[in-house]
Design a protein around this ligand. Sequence first.
Ligand code: GAR
Length: 204
Amino acid sequence: MRAAVLASGRGSNLQAILDACSKDGLPIEIVGVGSDQPGTVALKRALVAGIPTRVFQLSDYPHRQAQEEDMLIWMRENRVELLLLAGYMKVLGPRFIRQANFPVMNIHPSLLPAFAGLHAQRQALEYGVKVSGCTVHLVDEGLDSGPIILQEAVPVLAGDTEESLAQRILEVEHRLYPEAIRRLVLGKVERTGRRVQILQQEVI
Ligand code: GAR
């Protein structure tokens, strides 16, 4: 399956996906990595892996819709069948989501629907939850509101800072995202409305 990745920053989830492709046989081909930020580490990781990159910087467009239209053209040209958001820190507009004729997946550093949006780890600490975690979900027209594919809990420890909690969650993200992609691509998920059921793995 031909996949594109959008990332805004450090790209450690992108790296986890690239590693899962090269070392663990994740059955997707990353055909392009796009970013709204020029010069990010994510783009450098893609270049090292020999993957074409594109920058879609908002300031180069008259408005957000034009930027997203350009991203869609790029994805169509590359015959993208799956879009993976990996630390892409902009919300894709409803028009983009309606026009994308492929699934769009995202990873978010909280147990959704708690703490959607920016600074999820800070929100969790400020709220005082004892358990947070991460969620891989399909993207719909809302904010981190699409059907949930996989979630995993991560404890919040006494003395945690935003950074220490983010790091503990990130380690789980790097395992959970490739696993969710694998299950979706291999047809191991069944969706009824919002509910996504994970089908049992065959025992070999
Ligand atoms: C990750 O923690 C990801 O879950 C989060 O940004 C970080 C990106 O790290 N995404 C969001 O908050 C999306 N709303 P990375 O660039 O190292 O993959």
